[in-house]
Design a protein around this ligand. Sequence first.
Ligand code: PLP
Length: 374
Amino acid sequence: MKQFIYADNAATTKLDKVAFEAMIPWLTEEYGNASQPYSFARNPKKALAKARETIAACINAHPEEIFFTSGGTESDNWAIKGSALLNHDKHATITSAIEHHAVLRACSSIERMGYPVAYVNPDRNGTVSPEAFKDIITDNTNLVSIMLANNEIGSIEPIEELAAIAHSHGALFHTDAVQAVGHIPIDVQKLGVDMLSASAHKFNGPKGIGFLYIKRGVKVGTFTDGGSQERGLRAGTENVAAIVGMATALEQNCKNLDENQKHIESLECKFLDDLSGLDFIRNGSEKHLPGNISLSFRHASGEAILHRLDLNGICISTGSACDSVNTQVSHVIRAIGVPDEYALGTIRISLGKENTEEEIYQIEKALRQLLKRE
Ligand code: PLP
């Protein structure tokens, strides 16, 4: 029996049962190395090709544009460092102030190597406006990396417009879509991006596996040197079971995307209605990820709320999971200018397809009770 309420789906998600079952043969009987020439390697090799096709179909890409990685962090690092180090005519990178640390720290790394990085600020809702972006892009911009949806506040960025502006200056456009893939429709052609990062554990796949979409013809440097896997760009024996699990989970989520989205949105509406009367700010833009609810309570401590909810068996987050040891106001909450008396009282509740109305009611009840005591 379930002992707790999980409402931290932006940190990670439960592994899909169909995906889990699809992984088993590759962990048990079919353990051959996909790069070997003998017949025992034939099935793993076919499984990799099929997974690439499945993933490509889910985001309207071509199979040869999908490169397997160890997850979102690696995909972001590859896109940013691989672009900066390869292109010697143009040197500058642009990103936003509200990116995940996988992007921000990869940008700090290239800055230390002498490649300049400019940071565009979002508006109060966490949206990077095309106007603000136009003000800082130049013809020396080599790469732009702006996330598709923010992990802390859920805002969805106007990627189509931003990518078009980047291209008009001859720059490449990468988007960190880790929070969006498997949750909202993604069409790389329509978005017009050159690279896109995704991570399986955010869409009910296994942990430690992800992919980087690299558009045909786009040149990015090698991420790891070694064997000829991933067309020589990312060497290392493939984790066939995890790759099959990722493709199956994505296929499952994409098949049920509308249904899941409707369910999560109705839980979100109910939850916010139930919270009426409490003194809080809802962060993020109107166009946001379903179920990503960032709330800042006046004169409260997000950390205390997290721990008290934990005592009630409820898992939520203060900022992003990667920052749960950091008690300071997150860079995202700072960048969007949440007033001081609210900023420290920020929590993130992120609902998933498995959550129920009863759970929403339990979270609301526990939250109301503890805020009365604060
Ligand atoms: N990018 C975003 C927006 C994320 O939310 C995360 C994880 O929280 C990552 C990148 C890192 O992904 P991974 O955990 O697969 O390394």
